[in-house]
Design a protein around this ligand. Structure first.
Ligand SMILES: Nc1nc2c(c(=O)[nH]1)N[C@H]1C(S)=C(S)[C@@H](COP(=O)(O)O)O[C@H]1N2
Ligand SMILES: [Mo]
Length: 323
């Protein structure tokens, strides 16, 4: 039980032994250290104004800031991490944090497959090794009309796409989540008839866009389980359901893949799912949103505020048809 002053207990005493070892032999990770000042100096990231890391979680070092980050106020760690959509665990917002507490996100094989010259299956830490990690502070807009601003840690999906060397046939990228009811209790049932595993997809040019990242952390530390550990997609101009958690397969394909929410209710959730205040959900308005931690609602921005960067991807498309 974490009562009292947990930061004074060395993390080596509380971090699960296996996780601790796994991280200690990787130079990009540091164990949690005591004290805000100490943490900042060990990261070498004092200028990032990192908040105090959560108790016991391994943290990243050598992470670069990005000019693609927003300087909007960040949603606090304690608002980002207990309020989740993660149906593999529960349909209740506050349940995944508890139900995923003992989930083991390592070791974690990820398959790169399909229309690529360089397929393979990699453990997640091997998979991410070649890439430079960056902090990306992005708005996240859920289709349910709430939003957050989250400092993710990750790398451009484009880097992985290039390294995978897609063939001329590859036009879409399909993402598949973990299917293991023994580890994900919500998969014992199919809420609303949803199919497992969770699936998502992007057009290849969307996957290559510099804003699209694979995230492995947030707020300076490894992804909490409930936020999609060990690796998830983040596509900040699309509704949050596109940003699939706990990815096990990245598959390059020639036709538009079936995705979880658009298969479930195609009239309500399109394949593109670009944030669009002018296309309402059949059952509610998308014109405004509740920023978690704020009192007043705010207007929703086209493409979630990333219009200048991404609108050209959709030139010539009727976004009321391709929603
Ligand atoms: N595998 C998986 N990924 C998922 C979901 C899910 O239920 N399962 N929910 C999505 C939805 S609807 C949202 S809004 C975001 C929420 O991410 P967060 O919990 O990190 O805020 O994750 C998305 N990714
Ligand atoms: Mo969502």
């Amino acid at each position: 039980m974490l009562i009292g002053r947990p930061h004074q207990i060395p993390s080596s005493e509380i971090t699960p032994e296996r996780l601790y070892r796994a991280f200690m032999d990787r130079r990009r990770f540091l164990k949690t250290v005591a004290g805000v000042g100490a943490a900042a100096s060990v990261y070498g990231l004092a200028d990032l104004a990192l908040p105090f890391p959560a108790f016991g979680a391994p943290s990243f070092t050598g992470v670069r800031r990005s000019p693609l980050s927003t300087d909007e106020a960040q949603t606090s760690f304690r608002n980002v991490t207990p309020y989740n959509n993660y149906f593999e665990f529960s349909t209740e917002k506050d349940a995944p944090a508890t139900l995923a507490k003992d989930f083991q996100p390592r070791p974690w094989p990820v398959a790169i497959e399909g229309e690529v010259a360089n397929p393979g299956v990699y453990d997640v830490d091997e998979l991410i090794k070649p890439y430079t990690l960056e902090e990306r502070v992005y708005r996240l807009r859920c289709v349910e009309a709430w939003s957050m601003v989250v400092p993710w840690i990750g790398f451009p999906l484009a880097d992985l796409v290039k390294r995978s060397r897609p063939t001329g046939k590859a036009r879409f990228v399909e993402f598949v989540g973990l299917h293991d009811p023994t580890r994900m209790p919500g998969q014992h049932s199919r809420p609303m008839g949803l199919e497992w595993p969770y699936r998502e997809g992007l057009r290849l040019d969307e996957a290559m866009h510099p804003l699209t990242i694979l995230a492995v952390g947030l707020y300076g530390q490894v992804l909490p389980n409930q936020n999609g550990a060990p690796i998830r997609l983040i596509v900040p101009w699309k509704y949050g359901f596109k940003s699939i958690k706990a990815i096990t397969k990245i598959r390059f394909v020639d036709t538009q893949p079936a995705t979880t929410w658009s298969s479930y209710a195609p009239r309500e959730y399109g394949f593109y799912a670009n944030v669009n205040p002018t296309v309402d959900h059949p059952r509610w308005s998308q014109s405004n949103e509740r920023r978690i931690g704020e009192f007043f609602r705010r207007n929703t921005l086209p493409f979630n505020g990333y219009m200048d960067q991404v609108a050209s991807l959709y030139s010539g498309m009727d976004l009321h048809v391709h929603y």
